[in-house]
Design a protein around this ligand. Structure first.
Ligand SMILES: C[S@@+](CC[C@H](N)C(=O)[O-])C[C@H]1O[C@@H](n2cnc3c(N)ncnc32)[C@H](O)[C@@H]1O
Length: 196
């Protein structure tokens, strides 16, 4: 397994480099209109790159970062609420969040069935799930997949089309932007019927 608990410093120094500007532009469209009463959850937040950027774009909502690795969260900004938790068991009531962000983390989650159900549960109807990840059908994406499998990681990589189809089963309707081996997928929670 990748020892994230000891890698917070490295992600703090170099982590932002993996995010091109167009990702933050896409993020701004999702968070710019949120209000003071809105809550935003960053799952697998690590050092909080996405939630920090979202907070710069709009200071009104409350931002919460969760990650199982306290050694990553320790480097997240002071003004963000930090909680040690996994995507598979989100310690929140249902329909709390207006937006969930998941950057470079879907492929690290072991039980995606549980995690997607949890994301649907805690999102408000009409809320958005914002995913940034790597396409394993592209050369660089495949190299990342091989590297992570060598480290014993789950390697749950999807092409954006595959992720879009999978998320449909969990009550989401998605659109995506893909550039080179990276993509942003924005999924809107439309219902819970497939889960009840
Ligand atoms: C590559 S880092 C990405 C961190 C951050 N989102 C970023 O973009 O820099 C992957 C993160 O996923 C976290 N992680 C691993 N398994 C997880 C799980 N089951 N639920 C939530 N986060 C998980 C790791 O601890 C790690 O911080």
């Amino acid at each position: 397994m990748i020892p994230f608990n000891y890698l917070g410093w490295a992600f703090k120094l170099f982590g932002k480099g993996i995010y091109p500007e167009w990702v933050f532009l896409a993020l701004s469209k999702i968070v710019q209109d949120l209000k003071e009463e809105d809550f935003v959850l960053d799952i697998g937040a690590g050092t909080g790159i996405l939630v920090e950027e979202a907070n710069k774009l709009n200071k009104d909502p409350t931002y919460i970062a969760i990650d199982p690795a306290i050694g990553m969260l320790r480097f997240a900004p002071e003004n963000i609420v930090k909680i040690v938790a996994k995507a598979e068991e989100l310690p929140f009531k249902k329909e709390v969040f207006s937006v969930i962000t998941v950057g470079e983390t879907i492929h690290h989650i072991k039980d995606l069935n549980k995690a997607f159900k949890e994301m649907n549960r805690v999102l408000k109807p009409g809320g958005y799930l914002f995913v940034f990840d790597f396409d394993p059908e592209e050369k660089k994406g495949k190299m990342i997949y091989i590297f992570e499998r060598l480290f014993g990681e789950p390697g749950n990589f999807f092409s954006p089309d595959e992720l879009k189809n999978r998320l449909k089963k969990y009550g989401f309707e998605s659109q995506f932007i893909k550039k080179d081996y990276r993509y942003v997928l924005i999924a809107k929670k439309i219902n819970l019927s497939s889960l009840e």
